[in-house]
Design a protein around this ligand. Structure first.
Ligand SMILES: CC(C)(COP(=O)(O)OP(=O)(O)OC[C@H]1O[C@@H](n2cnc3c(N)ncnc32)[C@H](O)[C@@H]1OP(=O)(O)O)[C@@H](O)C(=O)NCCC(=O)NCCS
Length: 164
């Protein structure tokens, strides 16, 4: 999948070594989560995710790594598609690549792919309220805040109008 000059490649175990470097950037985890424990752990995780589905088969788990024109990987974008064809999205980029339009372009390309190939019209993101970078990306991609706080988390959503 092409996103301007970016290429989104379906994530595979072969990406794990390079992604281990990308995801070991502590800046990514300022608000939540933590870096991969080891390369072996990440390989195991990527291997499982290659099934592209939850173990019970009810959800599609889609992950793409973001390939830059230089050949380097910048991070990943991710979507969990539920039975009602809602997609819960997430993304992480190494901080070396922040504020260059890369995350936004990758997310927009993923949303287009989710609509075109999987019929998704409702996109949801759950984030820490303090995560202003993620909120800015989502605002720019047309998401709006919905529902009450869930502890320190908020939910943002984008719903596409149905073509008439
Ligand atoms: C969130 C993240 C993916 C943004 O990636 P990015 O490549 O820097 O985003 P972009 O450069 O494409 O910016 C997208 C929009 O957000 C805005 N934005 C991004 N970072 C911002 C910041 N620090 N302050 C203000 N606005 C910001 C940009 O201005 C842009 O808005 P525009 O389209 O109106 O110009 C990146 O910061 C990241 O990986 N963070 C750590 C992981 C994380 O928090 N993931 C989300 C968990 S819910």
């Amino acid at each position: 999948m092409n996103a301007g000059q970016l290429v989104l490649e379906p994530q595979r175990v072969e990406h794990a070594a390079e992604m281990f470097e990308v995801l070991s950037d502590p800046a990514i985890y300022e608000f939540e989560n933590s870096p991969p424990q080891s390369l072996a752990w990440l390989e195991e995780r990527f291997k499982r995710l290659e099934a592209r589905a939850s173990p019970d088969g009810t959800q599609q788990w889609l992950n793409w790594v973001i390939r830059l024109p230089t050949g380097a990987l910048a991070g990943y974008v991710q979507a969990t598609i539920t039975r009602d064809r809602t997609a819960l999205i997430a993304y992480e980029l190494s901080s070396r690549f922040w504020r260059q339009g890369i995350g936004g372009a990758a997310v927009r390309a993923m949303l287009s792919e989710l609509t075109a190939t999987y019929g998704v019209r409702t996109f949801v993101a759950e984030l820490k309220e303090r995560n202003y970078r993620s909120a800015a990306l989502l605002n720019s991609a047309g998401f709006e805040r919905v529902g009450p706080h869930r502890g320190d988390e908020i939910v943002m959503q984008k719903v596409l109008a149905h073509a008439t």
